[in-house]
Design a protein around this ligand. Structure first.
Ligand SMILES: [Zn+2]
Length: 485
């Protein structure tokens, strides 16, 4: 089934100095309305009591806007559409704060009450609903121009056509000073041909995405590091030209500040380009995508915060979700709990969390040894309910690839340790360091019985994956060969 969804299509705008002046005058009126809304909301908050509730929602503010426009000639000269739309924006921001308070969110997680917008610090942003804009052909060039309420005409750079008539448009300026417009349109899904292949994705900092397919691993592109020298140069320029307190800002300072903003914009675009290209590749080659539902916020408080921010894991995940949605692929987000502790072959769970320095996962139950992130990526496939990759490979008579035990891979030794495994994986401790834990303590495994092959089996079968493959039931256990030893 092909479904359609409201999405944003963004375009750069060509704006002449006269048009920019007109847009900024319009923005002054809109900003004034916003600030009046903040004032009214503050008054309502003070006047409100449990017995006598004073509301300050969009309906009440709309009435106030009529009065303000009656009172002030210059405000009435501006278009009413963006002024009414900013009341909607304000209402949404205020409602979110009130909801957070109602939900008793901790103060640091709460959205703050919307504040005043300063002329110097706030970026212009004008929203026009359906009746506030139209597209007309330019008789000279034959291209469509954007006519805004209030008589402002701007020229979008049509990098791609609009898929359907737009329901609203937002015209805004970024930190560098470029103008853009963003149309809300309904875009149909673009389904890709089925390929019947599954991929598991584990997010990380050193390698942004480790996948079960080596060709689709996404290495850290180090965009920040590449821009670092230039950035430091411009930031030094800014620091040297910083105005004394109370003194006006010099042109040189503004130039340096613009260069910093430009560099940040360039790096941000490189990151989003990397993410989108990688996501497109994954979506084209695989129709079953199991990605870790990673919440990277905690990384911002760690020692690798800078590198993690440069990796843009959240943006990469968002690009993947968007791309899968656009092309009708089956994307499942997997809870990351225990994905580094479970074995992707037999499902046995290690008793203790692996240290971040331990890069190899060795399963005590089946003897499988794999790079830690590759194992986690394969676990994603199983957890998502797709046919486990190892079963798929067996079914298709292909080699079992890298996530199966290979000849010469360390096996469990009678003394309870691993031959050939890294020292940290061996039983017991090393002299001079506190003994951490023994192997048997570290890897506790139990059998749940479903499809259990009997004595010697101490693995938990991955019920979800087996059920998906139609493999449940003793005798038919696909794991027989791997853990009945
Ligand atoms: Zn195992």
């Amino acid at each position: 089934m092909v479904s359609a969804k409201a999405v944003r299509f963004n375009y750069r705008l060509r704006v002449s100095p006269a048009q920019e002046r007109a847009l900024l005058v319009e923005w002054d009126g809109v900003r004034f309305v916003w600030n009046r809304c903040v004032e009214a909301s503050k008054k309502a908050q003070v006047a409100s009591s449990p017995e006598h509730k004073v509301t300050c929602g969009p309906a009440a503010l709309d009435k106030m806007l009529t009065a303000w426009r009656k009172e002030l000639d210059w405000l009435r000269a501006g278009s009413s559409v963006p002024q009414q739309q900013v009341i909607r924006d304000f209402g949404r921001a205020r409602a979110k704060t009130l909801q957070d308070v109602k939900d008793r969110l901790p103060v640091r997680q709460r959205r703050g009450m919307p504040g005043f917008k300063s002329r110097h610090r706030s970026a212009p942003s004008l929203n026009y609903s359906r009746r506030g804009f139209s597209l007309h052909e330019d008789p000279a060039t034959g291209r469509l121009r954007l006519h805004l309420a209030g008589g402002i005409v701007v020229r979008p750079v049509w990098s791609r056509p609009l898929p359907s008539p737009a329901s609203s448009v937002r015209v805004y300026r970024d930190a560098v000073g470029g103008w853009f417009c963003s149309f809300v349109v309904v875009a149909a899904q673009e389904p890709l041909p089925a390929v019947d292949r599954a991929i598991g994705i584990d997010w990380g900092v050193a390698v942004i995405a480790t996948t079960t397919d080596d060709d689709h691993d996404l290495a850290h592109p180090q965009r920040r590091r590449s821009a670092q020298a230039k950035l430091a140069h411009y930031q030094r320029m800014m620091a040297r030209r910083k105005p004394k307190k109370g003194k006006p800002v010099s042109t040189g300072y503004k130039v340096a500040k613009r260069q910093v903003a430009k560099l940040h914009r360039q790096v941000a675009r490189q990151r989003s380009d990397d993410a989108r290209k990688w996501a497109k590749g994954v979506v084209v080659d695989f129709d079953q995508i199991a990605a870790e539902d990673f919440r990277p916020r905690f990384l911002a408080r760690s020692t690798m915060a800078k590198k993690a921010a440069d990796a843009a894991i959240g943006a990469t995940k968002a690009a993947l979700v968007h791309m899968a949605d656009k092309h009708g692929r089956d994307l499942r987000l997997v809870d990351p709990a225990y994905t580094t502790m479970d074995c992707s072959i037999c499902g046995a769970r290690a008793k203790h969390r692996l240290d971040l320095s331990e890069r190899t996962y060795a399963c005590e139950a089946c003897g499988m040894v794999l790079p830690r992130d590759k194992n986690a990526a394969a676990v994603m496939v199983v957890r998502a309910g797709f046919v486990p990759l190892v079963l798929r490979a067996q079914d298709q008579g292909r080699s079992l690839r890298s996530w199966l035990p290979e000849p010469g891979i360390p096996r469990l030794q009678p003394w309870g340790g691993f031959k050939g495994a890294s020292p940290s994986l061996r039983a017991g401790g090393r002299r001079g360091r506190p003994r951490r834990r023994s192997r048997s303590e570290a890897y506790g495994a139990s059998c749940v019985g479903a499809g259990c092959v009997g004595a010697g089996c101490d693995a938990v079968l991955l019920a979800a994956g087996c059920a998906a493959a139609g493999y449940l039931g003793a005798g038919a256990s696909p794991f027989a060969s791997s853990h009945a030893r």
